[in-house]
Design a protein around this ligand. Structure first.
Ligand SMILES: [Zn+2]
Length: 536
């Protein structure tokens, strides 16, 4: 295992055009030129890092210096092929202009160009990152390019051809290498893992390929690291840990808060991600990726009931595209933001501020997407009342508009207010079991039925206060425990429900058909089996 992981990229560096992944167009042109032995004296390979510029240059060097003759298929076994593969060929001069920019270095090297090769057909110069040369060095290079000796070939590589003088560009045969596709990189990763007889999860390799973002070199170096990290096994879990990727469920939860237009939860969720030390730039990329998956699920149905399908069913395609664009732009702006957290927050706030009719397109019973209680951030989710927001049936509550000027002076007003505030979970249960005592000097005193004392944690009390402060910012809260005879909201609701149930049971039993059935079958309807049918 230990000798595997450090050398993969080098071990699997392609030695022939046949082994080279991608770059079909450049390969074809080079192969044709080699097989026809019609060779230009200067080649320029351009493209982003890790797409194979210097790899192609080395294969090309073997092709023209192989002792068996110039061809697109160098033998790979002669002394010259072996020397080139090992980086020991005396007639192959490799320079990295990024580290070797001094005029003297380049001048020395180019002065030697006029001398015949020591043992091979051609003296070959590979100059990587050639755009980094100084003006003086370019002039020295140009001189040789203008009157090239027959025995010299220049293979230039750059990520930034725009920085090359036109005079140099015009003397080179240029090849623009493409970024490798996800499939090309993934295929090579699988090939290597299989060849090395190492175990892997395919999604993990796909993540590595994605990380490579078109660069085989970056993907291979991450593969090296992950093999080392996983002691010979590559798993999604390890990749996530290594790259600081945010848990998929967290991204889903965040998207649900967003689609619920729940700004408070969105911001607190981001804070929580940040406190946990998550990489928010990656999280934003994951969010873009999720929008893409949701868009796909709108066209090709995902497994029914999955989170992604649920999101797909509840948001318009148009909104998704706008959110996608915002998340991509947000990722671009991330480097300029004062901090990752601020950049992330601003992007999400922009999405929230974008007022499309998200809600109005959604069927009424689906207005709030439920958040999984067992999400890894459930510690945090308990803190935010809005998350577990439940649909309140119209029969139960008449909708009340918040009124900041309204004063609470009696139980009835307290009940109205507590219904307006949409408490959730423990807070909701507790509030329903309180009675209003007083509101004086911004101190609200409530009395809680003693049998619910165990519900009264600091946490729940804090939640109640936070909700109240959305309307009464200066409020303090006192909750006394006591036994009482007056009815709380909870008791009223229970009583109302029982009365309602008794009514429908009575209606059912007095129904003619039911009575006929009872008579015919000499049976009695079990009264407790008569229940209200809930809609969801
Ligand atoms: Zn050879």
């Amino acid at each position: 295992m230990s000798d595997h992981y450090q050398v993969l990229a080098r071990k699997y560096r392609p030695h022939t055009f046949g082994e080279l992944v991608g770059q079909a167009h450049a390969k074809k042109t080079l192969i044709n030129a080699l097989d026809a032995n019609s060779l230009h004296h200067a080649f320029l390979f351009t493209g982003t890092r890790g797409v194979g510029k210097t790899t192609i240059a080395r294969i090309f060097a073997k092709s023209i210096n192989c002792e068996t003759g110039v061809s697109s298929i160098p033998c790979g076994t002669c002394a010259t092929c072996i020397e080139i593969d090992k980086g020991q060929s005396i007639d192959l001069i490799e320079m990295d202009a990024a580290t070797n920019r001094k005029i003297d270095d380049i001048r020395n090297v180019l002065e030697n160009a006029q001398y015949m090769p020591t043992k091979n057909r051609y003296k070959i110069y590979i100059i990587d990152e050639v755009h980094q040369l100084t003006n003086e060095s370019f002039n020295a290079l140009l001189k040789t390019l203008e009157e090239p000796p027959e025995h010299v070939k220049f293979l230039l590589a750059t990520t930034d051809p725009k920085k090359l003088p036109v005079t140099v560009l015009s003397r080179c045969l240029q090849f623009t290498l493409q970024q490798l596709t996800h499939e090309e990189i993934l295929g090579q990763l699988k090939f290597i893992m299989d060849a090395e007889k190492l175990t892997y999860e395919e999604p993990a390799l796909s993540q590595i390929a994605g990380f490579g973002n078109g660069s085989m070199r970056d993907a291979l170096s991450l593969l090296d690291q992950s093999i080392s990290y996983g002691k010979g096994t590559v798993t999604s879990k390890d990749i996530k840990a290594m790259l600081g990727l945010v848990h998929h469920d967290d991204i889903i939860t965040l998207a649900k808060h967003l689609f619920n237009q729940d700004a408070k939860s969105v911001i607190e969720f981001i804070k929580d991600l940040s406190h946990r030390g998550e990489n928010l730039t990656n999280a934003l990329k994951d969010l873009s990726s999720l929008f893409h998956q949701i868009s796909l699920a709108q066209i090709i149905k995902d497994e029914a009931g999955s989170d992604i399908q649920e999101l797909a069913d509840n948001i318009s395609n148009q909104d998704l595209h706008i959110f996608y664009q915002m998340s991509i732009n947000g990722t671009k702006d991330m480097a300029l933001a004062p901090s990752e957290q601020i950049g992330f927050e601003m992007t999400l706030l922009r999405m929230l501020a974008f007022h499309s009719d998200i809600k109005s397109q959604i069927p009424a019973e689906k207005k709030t997407l439920k958040i999984k209680p067992n999400s890894p951030t459930s510690d945090y989710t308990n803190k935010t009342p809005a998350i577990e927001k439940e649909e309140t049936s119209p029969r139960e509550v008449e909708k009340l508009q918040p009124d900041s000027t309204s004063k609470i002076s009696n139980q009835q007003e307290w009940e109205k207010l507590s219904q307006t505030l949409n408490f959730s979970g423990g807070a909701k249960m507790l509030v329903k079991n309180t009675l209003f005592s007083s509101l004086e000097n911004n101190t609200l005193t409530l009395t809680l039925d003693e049998q619910f004392a165990n519900l009264l944690s600091d946490h729940v009390q804090k939640n109640i206060l936070e909700s109240l402060r959305t309307q009464y910012p200066k409020l303090t809260l006192v909750i006394d425990l006591n036994t009482f005879t007056e009815q709380t909201l909870a008791q009223k609701e229970t009583q109302a429900h029982n009365q309602y149930l008794a009514t429908i049971q009575q209606e059912f039993l007095s129904d003619e058909i039911v009575q006929k059935l009872e008579k015919t079958f000499n049976a009695k309807v079990d009264i407790n089996s008569i229940r209200e049918i809930t809609k969801h």
